[in-house]
Design a protein around this ligand. Structure first.
Ligand code: ADP
Length: 229
């Protein structure tokens, strides 16, 4: 469970802005949540606090009861393994094949070669890339690259899948395919958080939608269509 409790974040410096102010938000295990809001609303800051890249000025971010803002720099890498992350710009290793992009993530987590040889082809088939294992990212379409990124994000079985504008560089058909896969991983138990501007996608999927405005939760509409308190 993810809990933002009365979180405020003011960035340091002469132009220090109040990016989040007194924000309270709970995301339960197994949920699928969209986080939307205009540019500057605080979405990236929320994600940075969740990943421990920034610390709250006030309040606390608790993940399974552990205060992320209080973690030391040697605790954070292990904590971050609970998260699979994908980005708008895919961030694949360009000199690595599709297979090796996914294998790299597994190797970092200590997987054996044999374990990987079993798991990775299965996962790549699941995201529709069984024929592309030996291709390099530059030889793939945007949709295919995002599916490699998705395979890499989930290969270690993360508890949370975080997608930051995952469809920002994709056409509608590829966007729909990526969202279908996110739903799929959510159904198998992963909590999915999607930060996006893609209103069409948000309307289509009928999931919980949290709208941020001026660093606060402006609306929070549940999957069933009712407003959270
Ligand atoms: P969003 O992701 O919704 O566009 P951000 O969290 O990036 O919003 O930004 C919220 C506010 O905080 C904005 O006013 C932005 O300019 C400011 N901000 C974000 N990052 C920094 C930073 N590193 N230093 C100073 N101000 C920042």
């Amino acid at each position: 469970m993810i809990e933002f409790r009365k979180v405020s974040k003011k960035y340091d410096g002469p132009n220090g802005v109040q990016a989040l102010s007194d924000l309270t938000l709970t995301i339960r295990d197994g949920e699928f949540v969209f986080i939307i809001g205009d540019s500057g609303a605080g979405k990236s800051t929320l994600i940075k606090l969740l990943m421990g890249e920034e610390k709250p000025s006030e309040g606390s971010v608790l993940v399974d009861g552990v205060n992320v803002g209080k973690m030391t720099s040697w605790q954070l890498p292990r904590y971050r393994r609970h998260f699979g992350v994908i980005f708008q710009d895919f961030r694949l290793l360009q000199d690595y094949t599709v297979y090796d992009n996914v294998a790299f993530a597994q190797r970092v987590a200590g997987a054996t070669r044999r374990g990987m040889a079993k798991r990775i082809p299965k996962l790549l088939a699941h995201v529709g890339l069984e024929d592309k294992q030996k291709s390099f990212p530059s030889q793939l379409s945007g949709g295919e690259q995002q599916r490699v990124a998705l395979a890499r994000a989930v290969v270690n079985g993360p508890q949370y899948l975080l997608a930051d504008e995952p469809t920002g560089n994709l056409d509608p058909a590829n966007s729909a395919e990526v969202m279908r896969l996110l739903e799929d991983f959510n159904r198998s138990g992963t909590t999915v958080i999607v930060v996006t501007h893609d209103v069409a996608m948000v309307n289509q999927l009928r999931k919980r939608v949290v709208t941020l405005k001026d660093g606060q939760v402006f609306t929070d509409i549940s999957e069933g269509g009712y407003q959270h308190a």
